[in-house]
Design a protein around this ligand. Structure first.
Ligand code: HEC
Length: 173
């Protein structure tokens, strides 16, 4: 009978130690959680390459929509092109000492405006000419901005996967 309290005491002591260990563990986890919550989420910034990927997407869909006579969709994609160009200008992108933002403003925006006007006039003939000039504006900058190998082309109604020429420049006609 005398042994019982001793066993009980040992069990109690073991429990107290366990609780202390657990509490310390919880407080450590709390500290980690506070640290994670205090850290601000990294803002998501797109690089010029990713933004250009969007330009390629908008110009492609713009061409396909206009060719299909869907002027509403064409106006939408022309607007997306303009918004994305405005984002590049606002971000004042400079790459390899070249002021890409200013080049977009002076060379690309007027070409986009020309296409937007053709879309508003719902004229396939004017659209074709202005769209071709827009593609030239894209490629002229690529040539000057040391990425001449990125050769955008007009959309292919036959459904080519990319509106881009992948053959190296020296074999392009
Ligand atoms: C003012 C110069 C300039 C203009 C105008 C311009 N680009 Fe670019 N583009 C660049 C540069 C510089 C890069 C390389 C970006 C990088 O460093 O990742 C690039 C990269 C690209 C890429 C490669 C990214 C990818 O996803 O494959 C594509 C596609 C592209 N441009 C499409 C276009 C299209 C379409 C237009 C016209 C609507 C256009 N660009 C107009 C300068 C320009």
């Amino acid at each position: 009978m005398k042994r019982f309290p001793a066993v009980l005491l040992t069990v109690l002591l073991a429990l107290v130690v366990l609780v202390i260990v657990l509490l310390r563990h919880v407080s450590h986890l709390e500290e980690q959680l506070t640290a994670i919550q205090a850290k601000p989420a990294e803002p998501f910034h797109l690089g010029l390459g990713e933004v250009m990927g969007y330009q390629q997407r908008w110009i492609d869909k713009l061409g396909l929509a206009a060719n299909a006579g869907n002027w509403g969709a064409a106006a939408f994609y022309a607007d997306e092109l303009k918004e994305t160009a405005d984002d590049i200008i606002a971000a004042r992108v400079v790459r390899e000492n070249q002021d890409i933002g200013s080049l977009v403003k002076s060379a690309l925006v007027p070409a986009i405006d020309g296409v937007t006007d053709a879309v508003a006039r719902k004229s396939p003939a004017i659209f074709a000419t202005r769209y071709a000039s827009l593609v030239v504006a894209c490629n002229t900058c690529h040539a000057g901005a040391r990425v001449p190998f990125i050769h955008v082309t007009t959309s292919d109604a036959a459904g080519a996967r990319w509106n881009q020429v992948f053959a190296p420049a020296d074999v392009q006609k």
